[in-house]
Ligand binder design. Structure first.
Ligand code: GUN
Length: 300
């Protein structure tokens, strides 16, 4: 069976079109323009490319957007001061500090410094806590994107065996949590979380009706590790080389070519989860702007 390809690119385009319309209405009816600042520390090529894409999308949707580039050596205090400045800036509704940060900066302190009402990444403990108990909040962008993809692709999640590979705060832990909740329209699954300490990874992945892989290792999931008909969500973005033109060659955490022959549906890399992450950041920023303006919002 050749799998249906779940195109994050196409689903993203649909949602971005909806957001474009909403941004226009917000401006016309309420004089509100969603504002997003993205803060980049250093020049990590992957981070530069993610932040560039986030800025491009924000501009394309009609946001007020600001890009801050700080040198690798910037002090923790300077970064915290910048966050404080944007916490107070009325034109800015969303603050994103691209991770990872250099080792001399305490990531936890930085995340805590962001006003939870502007935490469009959904990383602040206030939002993480609300997410876990199912209260309205900013959902982290990659897990949020996965929920939307599963929904729009018509995947039956209720009662399914979901296996998550990876336990990061950004993907593994939140997606496992969200899928086990009695959330509508996507939730109520039985969830297993695998990680580097899992003894027999394949024994777990072979049981999955839905396999979500965020391991950060190229092609770690091979065809013999999945069952016929599985739905595969590949969160991995691994740079495995460069084209003669200098473009990065990307591959996922799943051996796409082999696994797609067994799966019923699968996300590609690139063009799968990546565009959805950016789209959900835009969605969160629009919700943050509505929250700030006292309008009904999905986040509180
Ligand atoms: N680094 C990798 N993914 C993310 C993300 O979703 N948000 C931020 N801020 N940094 C990241």
């Amino acid at each position: 069976m050749a799998a249906k390809i779940i195109s994050g690119k196409e689903i993203s385009q649909e949602i971005r079109q909806e957001l474009r319309q909403e941004v226009q209405e917000l401006q016309e009816k309420h004089g509100v323009v969603p504002g997003l600042v993205t803060i980049l520390v250093g020049e990590n090529p992957a981070s530069v490319s993610y932040v560039t894409a986030k800025q491009r999308t924000a501009k394309d949707l009609g946001f007020y957007s600001v890009q801050e580039n700080l040198p690798e050596e910037v002090s923790e205090d300077e970064l915290l001061q910048m966050i404080e400045k944007y916490n107070k800036d009325e034109k800015i509704h969303g603050i994103l500090v691209q991770l990872p940060l250099p080792k001399h900066i305490n990531e936890r302190k930085v995340i805590h410094a962001i006003d939870p009402r502007k935490d469009v990444d959904g990383f602040h403990p206030v939002n993480v806590g609300k997410m876990v108990i199912g209260e309205p909040c900013f959902l982290p962008c990659t897990p949020h994107g996965i929920l939307v993809m599963l929904h729009r692709a018509g995947v039956e999640v209720d009662g399914a065996e979901v296996v998550v590979v990876g336990r990061s705060n950004i993907v593994g832990k939140p997606i496992a949590n969200l899928l086990l909740q009695k959330r509508k329209p996507v939730g109520n699954a039985t969830v297993t979380v695998c990680h580097t300490g899992t003894r027999d990874l394949a024994a777990h992945t072979r049981r999955a009706d839905i396999l979500i892989v965020a391991a950060g290792r190229p092609k770690v999931i091979t065809a013999d590790m999945v069952k016929e008909g599985v739905v595969v969500i590949d969160v991995g973005v691994n740079r495995i080389g460069t084209t003669p033109e200098g473009k990065a060659i990307l591959c996922g955490d799943v051996d796409f070519e082999a696994v797609k022959e067994k799966a019923s549906a699968i996300t590609p890399v690139p063009g799968g989860v990546g565009p959805m992450t950016i789209t959900m950041l835009m969605k969160n920023t629009v919700e943050a702007a509505k929250l700030w303006a006292g309008l009904p919002s999905e986040v509180g």
